[in-house]
Design a protein around this ligand. Structure first.
Ligand SMILES: [Mn+2]
Length: 322
């Protein structure tokens, strides 16, 4: 019984099959983790999602920006009432991915599967953390997991559509002001109605529900979380997220920018293994012994890479062949 982690698949199903053959992956006994972006740009989204769906008990896939973008299009499509408008919407999309998925008899099941994927993966026994883009320098692992769970709850709730319509905003790029506003608001509410807030809010153990306090603050929190967990590459010196630069770290000329993993994070223990994908320009070069970069750009004619998490520095890979 082994646990493996594969980088961004992006619908490159043929390469995934070859890679799993190479390690003799057995879905009856082994486990597979992915760094997210299982679809997007690549040739075989349907085959990839069907594979994940078939083996859903043995696979955990964290959500990437492309996965969320597909869910967003699915929401916008579903909200349209007449068939002509729906078809027009599909025609106007840059990619035929959603149309291909909806054409399948189990298309909705695939999309529902994706909607129930987690934002982060944490193995507390083995100290392994996975998210699509990495760990914000403003966050501990616990912060990432807690805020990620919050987004997961919204994704699965009636507020799903509102989040889909508003996410991918570049405005929420720093955590500190959002965290401070949450604390201030809780203090104010506590003064107004201590009894109500005592039941609704327990900030310390993270089980608070402040949707009732401020839907817009709630949304800001979700958007920052999605930005940090699925879109981050470089951060500014004030730790805010940058959304423009996709260069290789060496080629970046902006002195104010550094890759997120270059900022000293006092909340991160050395024994913690952190695995991420998303940044194909890193070409799979690990930033450190405990930070593993797994996206080797299969969809860009690179390769698909995988590790056994008990031997995280040994790579298995298959060159792009689509
Ligand atoms: Mn990505």
């Amino acid at each position: 019984m082994s646990t493996y982690c594969v980088g961004d698949i992006h619908g490159c199903y043929d390469e995934l099959e070859l890679l799993l053959k190479q390690i003799s992956f057995n879905p009856a006994t082994d486990f597979l983790l992915t760094t997210g972006d299982v679809i997007g740009r690549g040739p075989k989204p349907v085959e990839t999602l069907n594979f994940l769906l078939r083996n859903r008990d043995r696979i955990v896939s964290v959500l990437g920006n492309h996965d969320l973008s597909l869910l967003r299009n699915y929401h916008l499509y579903s909200a349209l009432k007449d068939q002509q408008a729906k078809q027009q919407f599909l025609n106007n999309l840059k990619s035929t991915e959603l149309a291909k998925i909806l054409h399948e008899p189990n298309g909705h099941e695939m999309l529902e599967y994706l909607r129930h994927c987690p934002m982060t993966y944490l193995d507390r026994n083995r100290n392994i953390f996975i998210s699509h883009a990495g760990l914000s320098p403003e966050w501990s692992i616990a912060d990432a997991v807690e805020n990620g769970e919050h987004v997961e709850n919204v994704l699965r709730s009636d507020h799903f559509g509102n989040l889909m319509e508003n996410m991918f905003s570049d405005r929420q790029r720093s955590w500190a002001p959002i965290r401070n506003e949450i604390r201030n608001r809780i203090c104010r509410e506590q003064l107004k109605d201590p009894e109500k807030i005592r039941h609704a809010v327990d900030y310390e153990d993270g089980s608070y529900d402040f949707m009732a306090l401020s839907p817009s603050l709630e949304l800001d929190r979700c958007i920052y979380t999605i930005n940090a967990l699925t879109r981050m590459r470089f951060c500014h010196s004030d730790l805010s997220l940058d959304f423009d630069c996709k260069d290789k770290p060496k080629e970046n000329k902006n002195q104010d920018l550094s890759p997120w993993y270059k900022f000293h994070n006092p909340k991160l223990k050395k024994s913690q293994l952190l695995i991420f994908g998303h940044w194909a320009a890193l070409e799979g070069r690990d930033p450190s012994d405990s930070i593993i970069a797994l996206d080797t750009g299969c969809v860009w004619n690179g390769a698909l890479s995988l590790i056994n998490i008990d031997e995280p520095h040994k790579r298995y890979s298959v060159k792009a062949c689509h």
